[in-house]
Design a protein around this ligand. Structure first.
Ligand code: VGL
Ligand code: ZN
Length: 225
């Protein structure tokens, strides 16, 4: 492979709580992405990273931490703890991926022995963080996982994104990777959405950020074989 092509694979949040049969925030068909992702892990990526949603029990995104609010239906306004003029509205979720619990484990059928790094995200109780890079605030940023620095330090040029959930963390990962200047590909067969009906709209937003949504049979993937 030429030096102007150093591909990284980012496997987003392939954790028990995002999968049937017992995940608290199970994404329909979530487990079906493991087999094609294990095939990708055989390919000569320069760097293979998995991310884990890794929340403290009092995380702001859990409906249970907001009396009277219901998961999937209610939203809260999240204010930047360091700059009250910045805020965003964010969906509330069932309790999921609490640090150290079985639901936060990577799926056992994932070929985790092939991973080079595991990045934890969503660790600051005060902010939602779908992106494995950083939270949505900018001045100042509240939480940064160090992923952009890791990719740059390793000389990565191209980022391939897969995992769960397509319409939340995978989408944010692809958008931020493109924003950080990496050629970015989201491999469509290797993700599933929380709301499958919103996926076409999500794809447009992802492509609008400069990332490409591709198939496992696309030239962008085949060039790795
Ligand atoms: C995710 C909702 C809440 C994800 C994480 O990994 O897509 N979605 N936390
Ligand atoms: Zn989460």
């Amino acid at each position: 492979m030429t030096s102007d092509f150093k591909p990284a694979l980012i496997v987003v949040d392939l954790q028990e709580d995002f999968c049937p049969p017992s995940g608290s925030l199970a994404v329909p068909g979530g487990r079906n992405v493991v087999a094609p992702i294990n095939k990708l892990l055989e390919l000569p990526f320069a760097l293979k990273v998995a991310t884990k949603d890794w929340h403290p029990p009092d995380h702001i995104s859990f409906a249970a931490n907001h009396p009277g609010k219901q998961p999937y239906t209610d939203f809260v306004t999240i204010v930047n703890p360091d700059n009250a003029t910045e805020s965003y509205s964010s969906r509330l979720w069932p309790v999921h991926c609490v640090q150290g619990t079985p639901g936060a484990e990577l799926l056992p059928e994932l070929d985790a022995g092939k991973l080079d790094e595991i990045i934890e995200k969503g660790t600051d109780r005060r902010v939602e963080m779908y992106s494995p890079f950083y939270d949505p605030f900018t001045s100042p940023r509240v939480s940064d996982s160090g992923l952009a620095t890791l990719l740059r330090d390793r000389g990565v040029t191209d980022v391939y994104v897969v995992g769960l959930a397509g319409d939340y963390c995978v989408k944010s990962c692809a958008e931020d990777a493109a924003k950080e200047g990496f050629r970015t590909y989201l491999i469509e067969e290797c993700t599933r959405a929380v709301d499958a009906g919103h996926w076409p709209q999500c794809k447009k937003a992802i492509e609008g950020s400069g990332a490409k949504v591709v198939s496992v049979k696309s030239p962008e993937v085949l060039r790795l074989m």
